[in-house]
Write a protein that binds this ligand. Sequence first.
Ligand code: GSH
Length: 257
Amino acid sequence: MLKLCHSGLSTCSKQVRHCLKEKGVAYESNYIELWRYENLNPQYLKLNPNGVVPTLVHDGVPIINAFAINEYIDDAFAGPPLKPDDPKDRARMRHWTFMGDDVHQAIINLTYTANLKSLVDALSEEDKQTMIDHTPMPERRARWVRMSGEGYGEADINAALGKVSYTVAWLEKELANTGWLAGPRFSLADIYLLSNVHRIRELYPDQVDMVAFPRVNEWRDKLMARPAAKEAYAPGTDETPPRPAGKSVDGIFAETI
Ligand SMILES: N[C@@H](CCC(=O)N[C@@H](CS)C(=O)NCC(=O)O)C(=O)O
């Protein structure tokens, strides 16, 4: 009835897993292995034409885009409310999701450079082209073209880090108000930004330095201590058993999910 198509490492998948676990909603896990390009499988593209994770499928209806999914979960299921009551706080919650999406673009470039470039370099030229041809979103296709060639250079990395600094500094200021991002209690805004801060801390810990950003660190620690976050962020969360390696990208497209 409720199926989540997601990937363990993906920041956006963590947001939805975290939300489902905060609400106490059970779901079937359908693990989409990004490093094997299962997100570009024609069967999956029918559910999510952008070819990204996550996708929630409820009663056969696909719901896409992590924040839209989380609002849907909060609206459709019982459990603790995860949206603020006050409309001004709701607007703030949505503002933070836009901030989260913005910084996520920078984080993708940092993640690709740190974690993915060597995997792309290992693909055959044919597989690289298959990837490019099958990536539906123009900006993602451009990223694959870039990653198949020289990748991101110093200027790109500095630009991405500039966006990260801007966002973290604003978070530090915002958290002076209530200790949460949108009003007097924990909300979907906290879930959304946590995954981005978590990734920044993994890749560039200096960007969220304890001394310069004490509130961001305190907020992150208190969120990560929540049982739902512990489950959602645990390595290998909800993964289906590993599939055999060594197939070409085209071979993977032929499989159903
Ligand atoms: N917020 C958007 C972004 C989704 C997104 O960027 N997902 C990443 C993982 S965090 C992905 O699937 N990347 C695969 C790719 O770009 O090829 C959404 O939820 O639809």
